[in-house]
Write a protein that binds this ligand. Structure first.
Ligand code: BJW
Ligand code: ZN
Length: 237
């Protein structure tokens, strides 16, 4: 912990990659693991464009439920610690795979969403994307003003990540002095490759997770534990 603390305190530039684990202490279920969102569902049945094409109503019901779960949640001590870290750094980027908006609600400003947001929808006909925070959604599936059916503006398996966001994330991974990885299983690409890019570019890489991942043997520091407990201790000056 002490080394990691010093690296983060001394670094002029820092990037952070977060996954579902940072929202776990806000009582949001993660994807994988014993109580994961996919325990009773196969990801390829829900989080793919093919699944949506086959049965948009079923996929929308899952997202409508996810939105209702996210709607009542508050950012936790981990989100707040990262927002405070940003305020103390001249170069900072928070890269999240999460589709909730808990980082922004905690006060983080420089945030890139690699996998989109459950609070945005996109028209399948005209491509227009808009914010939609209605819970529950009526009608389901929701409709664009052009009459076309809308889909969640998230990134499913087999779909490309938004290119501008991905490029910003890769650039940050190449440039920063310290790269912090919090609450991700490091299984889903290309996000899982970002810590490797940072390692190859000479950054100190620090991982926070109660479970070891494929990244753990390569990280300069592995802090085993919950983000809401580790991050406030790690980032207090
Ligand atoms: C705590 C904690 C606490 C718990 N504190 N921690 C290379 C090899 C093989 C396959 C591929 C490859 N490259 C690409 C692929 C295919 C695929 C992929 O990666 N598959 C793998 C599963 C093998 N990738 C893609 O398809 C991506 N697209 C792509 O590559 O496009 C290429 C392309 C090019 C040209 C044309 C077309 C395409 C897209 C990936 C999209 C992922 N989407 C999802 C769903 C988003 C929408 C939604 O929310 O419904 O994103 S999948 C899901 O996984 C979600 C997450 O963001 C993502 C990552 O999960 P995350 O966040 O890591 O969560 P968990 O649950 O896995 O882990 C939680 C962790 O927290 C655990 O480690 C816990 O221990 C920990 N934890 N409590 C701290 N308190
Ligand atoms: Zn439209």
């Amino acid at each position: 912990m002490e080394n990691a603390r010093q690296w983060l305190a001394a670094a002029r530039s820092v990037a952070v990659l977060t996954g579902a684990g940072i929202s776990a202490e806000s009582e949001s279920p993660t994807f994988r693991g014993p109580n994961g969102l996919w325990r009773n569902n196969k990801p390829e049945q829900l989080a793919t464009p093919e699944a949506f094409a086959r049965d948009p109503h079923m996929v929308w019901e899952w997202y409508d439920w996810r939105r209702s779960v996210h709607a009542g949640k508050e950012p936790n001590a981990g989100h707040h610690a990262l927002a405070a870290l940003e305020r103390g750094k001249s170069e900072f980027l928070l890269i999240t795979q999460n589709v909730d908006s808990l980082h922004e609600r905690a006060g983080s400003r420089a945030v890139v969403h690699l996998h989109g947001s459950v609070w945005r929808v996109r028209c399948l006909e005209c491509g227009r994307e808009e914010a939609n925070e209605q819970v529950p959604l009526v009608p389901l599936p929701p409709r664009c003003e052009c009459g076309g059916m809308q889909r969640p503006a998230v990134v499913w398996f087999g779909e490309q990540l938004p290119q501008r966001e991905l490029q910003a994330a890769v650039n940050a991974a190449r440039q920063v002095e310290a790269f912090l990885v919090v609450g991700t299983s490091s299984l889903v690409y290309p996000a899982a490759a970002l810590p490797r890019v940072a390692l190859e570019s000479g950054a100190r890489v620090i991982e926070v997770n109660p479970e070891a991942t494929d990244l753990t043997p390569h990280a300069h520091a592995y802090l085993k534990g919950f983000a809401g407990e580790i991050l406030p201790a790690l980032l207090s000056q």
